[in-house]
Design a protein around this ligand. Structure first.
Ligand SMILES: O=P(O)(O)OC[C@H]1O[C@@H](O)[C@H](O)[C@@H](O)[C@@H]1O
Length: 239
């Protein structure tokens, strides 16, 4: 059991995929399928792996994840445009291709929140602690609704809102800072909960009161190295 006194904090800012819902797994599988088909079609022998996901893609806005992975392999594609067709070999086209795969799985399998996360959300709601979602994903509203947990959050900062308002995505701290402001709290009063290295870096850069790393595969050492003050494996440990 982790010692954490919630009385010390005035708000909680939750990443979504991999923190509240197991959808980081769905994103991971969709990215893997898309990138490996793409690499195979180009005759690239070295496959895309989960290590590539954690190092380059996890937690970042869609097209920034594509660009970061391609750069890591020295592959240069035109940026294209978010309206690109999913079969176009542009950064946006590849991102859109992966998004189709993600939505297929979401529609087919649905999503259930992690039981430990729901227990923590219920306990914090009972304390009337203001809570927000801070996700890079434009699919966050659909995921929250499918999991039936949208009612816990007073504000949802997602990839669509960030793009509309011109707010820089993780690892920049700006989406977390904007959510804290929406909830009317100073960063030092807020707890950030994140499973992605890019998200933990964002929390550390924003000087939040506490940055909790949730280890769903990134690894305790890497999360601590990125700036997590505390690492847990399940949010139920924070009750
Ligand atoms: O493509 P979307 O749904 O807008 O999501 C962007 C990113 O959102 C993050 O929450 C996920 O960890 C990433 O895997 C995903 O790439």
């Amino acid at each position: 059991m982790t010692r954490l006194d919630w009385d010390d904090y005035a708000a909680a800012l939750f990443d979504l995929d991999g923190v509240v819902t197991p959808t980081a797994e769905v994103h991971m599988r969709a990215w893997s399928q898309m990138f490996n088909d793409f690499l195979t079609a180009r005759g690239v022998a070295e496959p895309y792996t989960d290590e590539d996901y954690f190092a380059h893609v996890d937690g970042k806005p869609r097209y920034e994840g594509v660009a970061a992975f391609l750069a890591s392999r020295g592959i240069d594609l035109p940026q294209g445009d978010p309206s690109d067709n999913p079969d176009q070999d542009t950064v946006c086209g590849l991102g859109n291709r992966k998004n189709d795969a993600f939505n297929e799985v979401l529609a087919r399998d649905g999503v259930e929140a992690y039981p430990g996360s729901v227990r923590l959300l219920e306990a914090l709601a009972e304390r009337n602690l203001p809570m927000a979602i801070v996700s890079s994903s434009k699919n966050a509203p659909a995921v929250l609704e499918a999991a039936g947990v949208d009612h816990f959050f007073g504000f949802v900062m997602h990839g669509g809102v960030a793009a509309e308002r011109g707010i820089a995505g993780k690892p920049a701290p700006d989406t977390f800072l904007a959510a804290a402001e929406e909830l009317g709290v100073e960063p030092a009063q807020a707890v950030v909960l994140e499973d992605a290295l890019s998200g933990v870096e964002a929390g550390a850069a924003g000087h939040f009161g506490l940055v909790i790393g949730v280890d769903r595969g990134a690894g305790e050492q890497a999360l601590t190295g990125a700036g997590a003050t505390l690492v847990v494996e399940d949010l139920g440990e924070l009750l």
